[in-house]
Design a protein around this ligand. Structure first.
Ligand SMILES: [Zn+2]
Length: 276
């Protein structure tokens, strides 16, 4: 089996559909993308219609698991509703599982992730690694009870942050939904493709270089794919509108990758791409 047996579809922010033709995994599943004024002034809730439309457009008729790296609303708002609509299990922190409970996901489909814990789904082995949220750390703390929307964005507390390490016979993937860092957390992990959050990427040259070495060079990555670069207060277009600052960060990352002979690939939204 080669890496071309793995396929990925970028669906905005940190939402990725990963498939080997048998097992389908989705990270986060954030599709509602409430408008900025809604986020600032009001309460947010998953839109079942927008979620259903997005799942349909992405060709997701069945799904094995939804994997959530942390519980901020721009990652986890829709995770429970996605599980409800697809029958997938939900894997994430205790806070993330409370979002699932608030959406009515049955206990039997909730998988508590802890640092270092590995789950097997089909040929995928998914390990949740201890990671740190990028600066600034909005809404720290835990979601301690089932979160029933609508709720203010401040209710979507971080709940700790994980890096997602996916091992597969066709190649390993590392998904960093937030650009913080825990030095040494990736020790011994090899990933052919690393997905890196652009929002919250360090601004200083030294900080950028430190993160690059930790997540790209130390993992012997062959390819870097940016995520969390699109403007998530707007609908997801193709090409997407970028968050302020994303372009400069992506240009730095692309140039740094080129110096090291690492591929840098920007995925077009909604298109299923082979990771060959
Ligand atoms: Zn966050």
């Amino acid at each position: 089996m080669t890496l071309s047996s793995l396929f990925v579809t970028f669906l905005g922010t940190t939402t990725l559909l990963l498939s080997d033709g048998e097992t389908r995994l989705l990270t986060d599943g954030f599709f509602t993308r409430p408008a900025l004024m809604q986020v600032l002034l009001g309460r947010v809730a998953p839109s079942p219609d927008r979620i259903a439309q997005a799942l349909h457009r992405a060709g997701i008729d069945r799904l094995t698991a939804v994997l959530v790296g942390h519980s901020h609303y721009d990652h986890a708002l829709d995770c429970g509703e996605v599980c409800r609509q697809t029958g997938a299990v939900l894997a994430g922190s205790a806070s993330t599982l409370n979002i699932g409970r608030g959406a009515g996901v049955p206990e039997a489909r909730l998988c508590l992730a802890e640092a270092g814990r590995t789950f097997s789904w089909g040929a995928f082995q998914v390990t949740f690694l201890k990671w740190r949220h990028s600066f600034p750390r909005f809404y720290p703390g835990e979601i301690r009870a089932p979160l029933v929307p609508p709720a203010p964005v401040s209710a979507y507390r971080e709940g700790g942050t994980f890096a997602l390490f996916l091992e597969h016979p066709a190649g390993n993937l590392l998904i960093l939904e937030s650009a913080g860092m825990v030095p040494g957390a990736l020790q011994g992990r090899r990933a052919r493709v690393v997905f890196v959050a652009i929002a919250g990427f360090p601004r200083t040259p030294a900080g950028r270089e430190r993160l690059f070495r930790e997540v790209v060079l130390n993992t012997a990555a062959e390819r870097v794919v940016p995520i969390h670069h699109d403007h998530f207060f707007l609908p997801l277009g193709n090409p997407p509108v970028l968050l302020p600052g994303s372009r400069v960060t992506m240009e730095w990352l692309e140039q740094r990758c080129r110096q090291e002979g690492v591929d840098f690939t920007v995925l077009p939204p909604w298109e299923c791409v082979s990771l060959g």
